[in-house]
Design a protein around this ligand. Structure first.
Ligand code: ANZ
Ligand code: ZN
Length: 951
């Protein structure tokens, strides 16, 4: 019945076959559904590597747990098999991509099976199967019919080595995301999908889903929602050329800075449109990094806020692709404009004073008190002979800074001198200059007991000598005086905004780019920037406008191994969709997969395939020869799993209603922008057509960290550091590999492979095996441990194991939900250490332990489970519940009585089982003396209070 040694090879094969035979993991389409999904792989020639195993194991654990919780679980798998690596391999070897794909998927399937993944294999799909891509093409046609798929000439990124166009998001630092080769811009006619029409919803609806915060953020950044305004600046000169009219529309997120505009900056394209002249400037999309260049166009515009005449520059740092392609430049508060203005000697005007509100510590603003505004000065004072500055550290509040003080209707310089004298005693101050920067600080004045809004004017003084008066006792109690070295002043200041004042004395002044209080802004002076935006937009006749960074999706590739775009070009009728009855448009077999240098797809050379009749007029026409990008098939695959063999629709409504949305979707960190966004977009489109029941495809999304090679480098074939899971499965077993990968570190972080560390999980499983053999032996040898019958002291000892077991059940249950697999495993390791020490471990407890371990190590647990007489898979058993009362650690004292008289005390754990307590009472030394060997008539237990032994 049981093996002596833990023979993983035998056990794992045996159960994989058994599961398959008994169809343990097939989804049933009835009951409480749970849809767990892991991104399907691209089946490359190299096979699965250990990096893949991490994410799949995680979702396998979740799926197995859900089955045990009584859900009808669907955990499907398939192949995202179109794409360049296969095509490039086909070019090299002359083997058809379809054949290569079959070979690779066969290998992947075998590998997944050897890992014990509980996939529902009956739902396997393949994006390159014509029966599948028929529906990818069909969905594309729906986009086309709604005008959301269109052709446009545009500059695209061209990969010189893949010889294909790439979407912006497939270019990373100027290089092709796939092959790492150089890219260039080429103008080409391209198919586009109007994802921008969904930008707003793609952003807003993130509020309705449970994604990890960093994933939502990545999506939001990619969509790049920006709330601002469009404002027109009238062109006032030269009048004659423009016929006295015309204006430039700018997009700004900071209408509150409009009084600080000192020039208009437009993209070269807009400059050309207005003036007809080419200024020889190329716009650079990489607007943050490049040196800013510009030319005065000679145009003058009027600022609608203050009627000022300002110059219009054609610049390289404003792009035609964003907003209106023109900006109102505010060098006082924008770093790019600041850099440009300094370079070209344009005025810099400050209109926003920083504001700093104290919101921690004892000087936190009190919400229920009014704000009292005070004019104030802040005095930077230089030492008479050294490069040091006079600083104060307050005693009662956590402030350190310069000499400051309030002023009423007096000359600020005089007030400053007076404050310096009062607070520090220094007499001979020489005023040098006023500092342009003013700042606002809001705080609770602890001594005056009121909220203060201090409006600080910066003043700069130098001391002529060190002559000092005695300071009053009162002042001495307020602060200590320090002379701080120039390089340390910045560190010393506790209010960060004071740095802006300091930076005018020393160091480089930078524009304040945050919010604040308006100044030099006419009737808006003194108001806060965040509150005044709408009003200013109205004041200058602008309109509120939201823009997005997201661009339309370039949806064509000039390559062979992709879904043909199902459209026909007719000279007479234009672009005509292939009739639905003619779908799929199958990829023809070709001899040569080589892409062409002209940038046309290799399909263009197959005249038999290309030349067709127009479906509308029956005249001469040509097929589209571009194919879809490799993101197409993965944009809707999770829908197909619900009904994978349907030939009439992409999925039956009933199945969609039952299974979608996906309850939990896990995948690589690298897919949290593009794939996730693209599939959300397709889903919303299908939702609008009432073809899917929900507006979001995935309820929950998590991502796992990469597994790096030993030493921390990325695993790659070229570096020869890829770890093949087959090898590990053979030597250590799939259960060990699974455990190891879940144990190696926090799930969302990258972590390096370590051959040495894998031994730990293996030893753990060997221990589980040994304990299992022990429990089995007990079961087989005698009736000694029949559950519920206490024998000797064993029950008492078992009690502490039970307690730890219930703690572990709770921990594992909760940790799986929050993907803290590593801590779940270490809790189980601690439990086995305790279990191993016990001589007569109860079968029941051991079985509960097998159940919670089974999602992690399904094979060995299944073997032991059946060894203990179970007939059904452990994955069909019920997930154990923990007993709350056993979790309490509280110890209490109870009284031990003999014939009603208290003779001793006993410390017990609260809610300890009655049997255990009675036994403890009877074996207590003092009590045994009093009982003196007599047979007790009765033993009465009052819960958590006392035991009375009646003789
Ligand atoms: C005036 C201003 C004042 C601006 C200020 C910023 C700070 P985000 O937040 O990324 O949407 N801008 C607008 N269109 C641009 C274009 N086509 N190329 C380059 N820059 C452009 O950025 C919006 C801000 O970026 C806009 O607000 C505009 O500069 C600039 F203190 O207007 B702002
Ligand atoms: Zn036609």
């Amino acid at each position: 019945m049981y093996m002596k040694e833990y023979d993983h090879l035998k056990i794992e094969k045996k159960w994989q076959k058994e599961w398959e035979k008994k169809k343990v993991f097939l989804a049933k389409n009835k009951g409480k559904k749970y849809y767990s999904l892991m991104e399907f792989p691209y089946p490359s020639g190299d096979g699965l590597h250990t990096g893949h195993v991490r994410g799949y194991t995680a979702m396998d654990i979740v799926s197995r747990k859900r089955r045990m919780e009584g859900y009808d679980v669907m955990f499907p798998i398939g192949w995202d098999a179109f794409g360049l690596p296969t095509e490039n391999y086909a070019i090299k070897t002359g083997i058809q991509p379809a054949i290569i794909t079959k070979r690779n998927t066969d290998n992947y399937r075998k590998q997944f099976q050897s890992l014990g993944m509980s996939f529902d294999w009956s739902r396997e799909i393949n994006t390159t199967d014509p029966k599948y891509y028929k529906w990818t093409q069909w969905i594309f046609l729906q986009f086309f019919k709604k005008g959301l798929a269109y052709k446009a000439k545009s500059f695209i990124n061209w990969c010189l080595s893949c010889k294909t166009g790439l979407a912006n998001e497939e270019v990373v630092n100027g290089q092709c995301e796939r092959c790492g080769g150089d890219t260039e811009k080429r103008e080409k006619e391209q198919w586009m999908l109007s994802i921008t029409k969904y930008a707003d919803r793609l952003d807003k609806d993130l509020d309705t889903v449970d994604y990890l915060p960093q994933i939502k953020l990545a999506q939001r950044n990619w969509i790049g929602r920006s709330e601002g305004a469009e404002i027109e600046f009238e062109i006032v000169s030269p009048r004659q050329r423009l016929g006295g009219g015309g204006s430039i529309k700018v997009f700004t997120t900071r209408p509150d800075t409009i009084f600080g505009v000192t020039f208009i900056a437009v993209s070269p394209e807009i400059a050309k449109k207005i003036t007809g002249k080419d200024f020889g400037i190329k716009s650079d999309t990489d607007r943050e990094n490049k040196e800013k260049i510009g030319v005065d166009t000679g145009l003058r515009a009027k600022n609608p806020a203050n009627d000022e005449m300002i110059p219009v520059f054609a610049v390289n740092y404003v792009s035609i692709e964003y907003g209106t392609g023109a900006i109102m430049a505010v060098p006082g508060h924008d770093e790019r404009d600041f850099e440009f203005a300094k370079k070209y000697g344009l005025p810099i005007r400050e209109v926003i004073e920083p504001i700093f509100a104290k919101n921690d510590g004892i000087d936190t603003i009190k919400a229920d008190l009014p704000m009292v505004r005070r004019e104030a000065v802040v005095c930077v004072v230089k030492h008479w002979s050294e490069d040091k500055y006079l600083c104060l550290k307050w005693k009662k509040v956590p402030w350190s800074g310069f000499v400051t003080g309030g002023i009423d209707d007096e000359d600020p310089v005089e007030a400053g001198k007076r404050e310096i004298l009062e607070e520090t005693g220094y007499k001979n101050t020489k005023f040098v200059k006023k500092l342009g920067q003013k700042i606002n600080v809001q705080f609770y004045h602890v001594l005056k007991k009121e909220n203060r809004w201090a409006h600080f004017q910066g003043l700069y003084f130098e001391l002529e000598n060190g002559e000092q008066e005695e300071i009053s006792e009162k002042e001495k109690n307020i602060h200590d005086i320090y002379w701080i070295d120039r390089v340390q002043v910045e560190q010393f200041l506790s209010v960060p905004d004071m740095n802006l004042i300091w930076s005018e004395v020393h160091g480089e002044k930078k524009p304040h780019t945050g919010e604040g209080v308006l100044t030099n802004s006419g009737k808006f002076n003194g108001l806060e920037s965040v509150e005044v935006k709408k009003e200013i937009i109205k004041f200058v006749g602008g309109k509120e406008k939201t823009t997005f960074k997201l661009r339309d999706w370039i949806f064509s590739r000039q390559r062979y191994w992709g879904e043909p775009i199902p459209v026909i070009n007719c000279e007479k009728c234009g672009l005509v969709p292939v009739p639905e009855k003619d779908l799929p448009v199958e990829l023809p077999k070709v001899k040569n997969y080589q892409p062409t240098d002209s940038g046309e797809s290799p399909l263009a050379n197959i005249s038999k395939w290309v030349n067709v009749k127009c479906p509308k007029c029956k005249g001469k026409a040509r097929r589209e020869t571009d194919t879809m990008p490799n993101w197409a098939g993965s944009s809707w695959y999770y829908l197909r799993y619900t009904d994978p063999r349907n030939a009439k629709v992409f999925a039956d409504k009933k199945n969609l209603k039952y299974w979608t949305p996906v309850d939990w979707y896990n995948g690589g960190n690298e897919h949290t922008t593009l794939h996730l966004l693209y599939s959300r977009f397709w889903h919303k489109f299908l939702f609008d057509l009432k073809l899917v029941p929900t507006s979001e495809p995935y309820m929950k999304r998590t991502s796992h960290g990469l597994i790096l090679a030993e030493g921390g480098e990325k695993m790659s074939k070229s570096k020869g550091n890829v770890i093949n899971p087959d090898d590990i499965v053979e030597r250590f077993g799939a259960d060990t590999l699974r455990l190891y990968e879940m144990f190696m570190g926090p799930f969302d972080q990258a972590i390096a492979w370590s051959e040495e560390a894998i031994v730990g999980p293996r030893r753990f499983l060997e221990k589980v095996w040994r304990i299992g053999q022990q429990v089995l032996k007990q079961k087989n040898s005698s009736g000694l441990t029949l559950p519920g019958v206490p024998v000797g002291t064993h029950t008492v000892q078992n009690y502490s194991v039970s307690k730890l077991l219930h703690k572990t059940i709770k921990k594992v249950s909760e940790d799986i939900e929050s993907m803290r697999f590593n801590t779940a495993i270490s809790a189980m390791m601690i439990l086995t250490n305790e279990m191993e020490k016990k001589e007569n471990l109860s079968q029941k407890d051991f079985k509960s332990f097998l159940q919670i371990l089974s999602p992690f190590a399904p094979h060995v647990t299944e073997e032991l489970w059946h060894g203990l007489g179970e007939k059904k898979s452990v994955n069909l058993s019920t997930w154990p519940k923990w007993d709350e009362s056993l979790l309490m650690d509280e110890e209490i004292k109870i009284a031990l009585q003999v014939n009603g008289k208290v003779r001793a005390e006993l410390v017990i754990q609260m809610n300890m089982p009655e049997e255990d307590i009675k036994k403890k009472a009877l074996t207590n030394q003092t009590i045994m003396k009093h009982v003196a060997g007599k047979e007790p008539k009765r033993v009465i237990y009052v819960k958590n209070r006392l035991v009375n032994i009646v003789l």
